[in-house]
Unconditional design. Structure first.
Length: 63
């Protein structure tokens, strides 16, 4: 598998995990746990988007 294919798979896995965490947050009865799960899902989603953008060449190092 190529490096970009591995990155794409990793980004996909992160998005899937983020979705699972969002669903778990919806089921959580404890407000603190719900917020913790939502925050973790948001961070994973942002990280997967960043990896996807970097792989696509949409993000360039700052000069």
């Amino acid at each position: 598998m190529s490096v970009s294919g591995e990155s794409g798979g990793r980004a996909r896995q992160m998005r899937q995990k983020a979705e699972e965490l969002k669903q778990a947050a919806e089921r959580a009865s404890d407000p603190e746990e719900r917020q913790r799960l939502k925050d973790k899902a948001r961070r994973l989603q942002e990280q997967s988007e960043q990896e996807s953008a970097m792989r696509a060449g949409d993000i360039y190092p700052q000069e």
